[in-house]
Design a protein around this ligand. Structure first.
Ligand code: SF4
Length: 374
């Protein structure tokens, strides 16, 4: 038995996880409530390093939100606007091409593109957007759309989900984003995201995409009205789909931001709660290769600490984050590659630039050489 775990009342469950045995949802919940933060962290980090060694990744990417107009009004969302709102926006395809071209000059490998469920843009806009961006560079990966956007586009184009995904893939879509999962429990979902697709619909979109050979990430919004039990239930549903398809590249827990929305939560999740959630995710998701510490929601310092609590990825440079910042995130809107490498190296890990599918990017030049310490 690990010396550090000897006195923990949860040591039997921690040993079980370290032995490579799967924890049930009930066991994971018990562990969350009874294990100390450090025991969870040591176990999660051990499991993480068995899978990924000392490597921790980041991606050089750019976010683009094509519009924040949305026909829904999810209670937790500070991003969406109606046409009457003065801070609504909508980008032309030329605007997007300009942003993408600038970002390509600084070496991005991925565009991450999401928006609201726009009330009037035609379906052709989305296809033209993908084609225009892909034509800039065929190696540029387009990671676009949440599951609810996919539902919206299927409705707009009057197509089935498989037909729609095939058409988007043909136009240049490389990966779906993991956004929109929020929390799967239907009662909580109703209170934070009324009108949004159900958990089953979210999972169905990803299942369909995986069955077509596509890969995607998945997320969980935590620290609002949900209980730990709801988080564990959410993780179990993702684990089940991953057993079925193996199509998730990574899991991204998202720390809730409390400003400018209708949810009665005053404070975002604490550092301890965020680290425990990341650690329990690593322990429970035994069929996922990667867990991301999303620096935008956690803040860079806590995301760096999370690299020793089960996370092996810091996400990306991003360049222009709007969704979390409109909800009160105090982190910067972008990171330089150098600052991400420094944060990873200081956490005792080896920084590796990855692509959309978490494979290492190999480039000439010291900054991109891999593996190396910064
Ligand atoms: S979370 Fe997405 S679907 Fe919900 S209101 Fe915001 S932009 Fe619209």
């Amino acid at each position: 038995m690990n010396f550090f775990l000897e006195k923990s009342p949860a040591s039997g469950l921690l040993d079980k996880a370290l032995d490579g045995q799967r924890l049930s949802a009930a066991e994971a919940a018990e562990l969350y409530h009874t294990a100390s933060l450090n025991d969870l962290g040591i176990t999660a980090n051990t499991l993480c390093e068995r899978r990924n060694g000392k490597k921790a990744t980041y991606i050089v990417n750019r976010y683009i939100n094509y519009s924040n107009y949305c026909i829904l009004s999810c209670q937790f969302c500070a991003f969406s606007k109606k046409k009457r709102d003065r801070d609504g926006f909508q980008l032309s395809i030329d605007d997007m091409v300009r942003k993408a071209t600038e970002a390509l000059e600084i070496g991005i490998t991925e565009l991450h593109i999401v928006g609201g469920l726009h009330p009037s843009l035609p379906f052709s806009y989305y296809l033209d957007m993908l084609k225009a961006l892909k034509s800039l560079n065929p190696d540029l990966r387009l990671k676009c759309f949440t599951a609810i956007e996919i539902h919206h586009l299927a409705w707009l184009a009057k197509k089935t989900i498989p037909q729609l995904l095939a058409e988007l893939q043909e136009a240049g879509l490389d990966s779906l984003t993991g956004g929109g999962a929020e929390i799967f429990n239907p009662e909580v979902r109703k209170k934070i995201a009324i009108g949004k697709e159900s958990a089953e619909e979210y999972l169905d979109v990803h299942r369909t995409w995986h069955e077509m050979g596509g890969r995607s990430t998945c997320t969980m919004l935590f620290g609002h009205l949900e209980t730990v039990g709801h988080r564990i239930e959410h993780l179990e549903m993702l684990r089940q789909l991953q057993d079925e398809t193996g199509g998730f590249t990574g899991f991204i827990p998202l720390a809730y931001q409390p400003d400018n929305n209708l949810i009665p939560v005053k404070y975002p999740p604490t550092g301890s709660e965020s680290l425990k959630t990341i650690a329990i995710s690593r322990i429970m998701l035994d069929n996922f290769d990667h867990i991301t510490a999303y620096w935008v929601g956690l803040g860079t310092s806590l995301a760096q600490v999370a690299l020793n609590y089960g996370a092996d990825d810091l996400h990306g440079t991003i360049l222009e984050e709007k969704i979390f910042h409109m909800a009160g995130a105090s982190s910067p809107q972008q990171q330089t590659e150098a600052s991400m490498r420094k944060a990873i190296a200081e956490a005792g890990k080896i920084p590796v630039q990855r692509d959309t599918f978490y494979d290492p990017v190999r480039k000439k030049g010291a900054l991109h050489a891999e593996p190396q310490m910064a």
